[in-house]
Design a protein around this ligand. Structure first.
Ligand code: ASP
Length: 325
């Protein structure tokens, strides 16, 4: 949708023109490097996923290599088990500390910075800027609505063999709480209650829904995809086909890493922007209008978890029924 409707097309007034031109200079350099990278063979692209030197990958912000390395470390920690408890604890605690610092900055300084940034963009740029931001907002909402009704609706009908109308009706309390709390985790007790009423088996719901509230965030991935395309457009950058695929893959990974609390999806967006060479500072532009989108995508996130729980529960029921026949 973002590629089709182009929310950030045209001369952008949302970013400072000096910023854009200096950014474009670096982008041109990177693009010529990426052009040669794009000509790489498929096996070379795969080989490039693995860092020669993980520390170098981190200093160069090579997201794909960092993720590959992180997956290896994660698998290693699981395989080694109790002997690697210390490493596990250190990583977990480092994550806690970094998340605390980021959240503190986001809560204390980001509102002031965003106010300044958006006020400056609007007074300097006027109606064009409002229009572009409005378009971005509308496209994220539209994509979320389509996902909510079309994707989940047909999954509930075809795979869960349940009436979507009944599903949505039973799930309304969770949807409204998710909307007001903007937190998948906080909504969990109510969403479990709703799926119980729908007849989803307890042992399935109590595994699928908490897992989903932690790692399954379709709404967040949708926002991150649209936001990346939007930021590329207002920065005057064109995303190549490989970059678009990278956005899709990294947005899914970033949404898995997003905690089920308000606003974290936007912090994780930095990872997606970095992966395609865009400046994460541009997140400030959309920060001001993110709250309402956060509320909406949280409702979508938790509905996805309930959809999965329902589908698995119904499939298990059918399996049991044929076994008993
Ligand atoms: N607020 C979202 C949730 O809890 C996460 C996010 O996208 O910020 O599901």
């Amino acid at each position: 949708l973002a590629m089709l409707l182009q929310p950030g097309a045209g001369k952008s007034e949302l970013l400072n023109s000096d910023d854009v031109s200096s950014y474009q200079q670096t982008l041109n350099k990177e693009n010529s490097a990426q052009d040669s990278a794009a000509k790489q063979t498929f096996d070379q692209t795969l080989i490039n996923l693995f860092p020669k030197n993980p520390l170098q990958a981190m200093t160069e912000e090579n997201m794909l290599q960092i993720i590959t390395f992180a997956i290896f470390i994660g698998v290693g920690i699981i395989m080694v088990g109790s002997k690697a408890q210390m490493v596990h604890k250190i990583l977990e605690q480092t994550n806690e500390v970094l998340m605390y610092i980021v959240t503190m900055i986001m809560n204390v300084f980001a509102p002031i910075g965003t106010f300044g940034l958006v006020a400056h963009a609007f007074t300097g740029a006027g109606f064009g800027a409002i229009q572009q931001l409005g378009m971005y907002f509308f496209i994220v909402l539209l994509a979320l609505v389509i996902h909510f009704f079309v994707v989940y609706g047909s999954a509930v009908k075809l795979l869960g063999r349940t009436s979507p109308l009944k599903f949505y009706k039973e799930f309304i309390p969770a949807i409204t709480l998710g909307f007001s709390a903007s937190s998948s985790t906080a909504t969990l007790p109510v969403s479990l209650e709703c799926t119980k009423k729908m007849g989803v088996r307890r042992e399935i719901a109590s595994f699928v829904q908490p897992l989903g509230a932690t790692i399954n965030m379709d709404g967040t991935a949708i926002m991150q995809g649209v936001a990346t395309v939007f930021i590329a457009q207002i920065s005057g950058a064109t995303l190549s086909f490989t970059q678009i695929i990278t956005v899709v893959v990294i947005a899914v990974v970033a949404s898995i890493g997003t905690a089920g609390v308000p606003g974290v999806g936007l912090i994780m967006l930095a990872m997606v922007l970095n992966a395609v060479g865009l400046d994460p500072a541009a997140i400030g532009i959309i920060l001001g209008i993110d709250r309402l989108l956060d509320m909406t995508r949280t409702s979508v996130n938790i509905t996805g978890d309930a959809t999965c729980a329902l589908i698995i529960s119904k499939a298990e029921e059918r399996k049991l029924a044929t076994k008993n026949e």
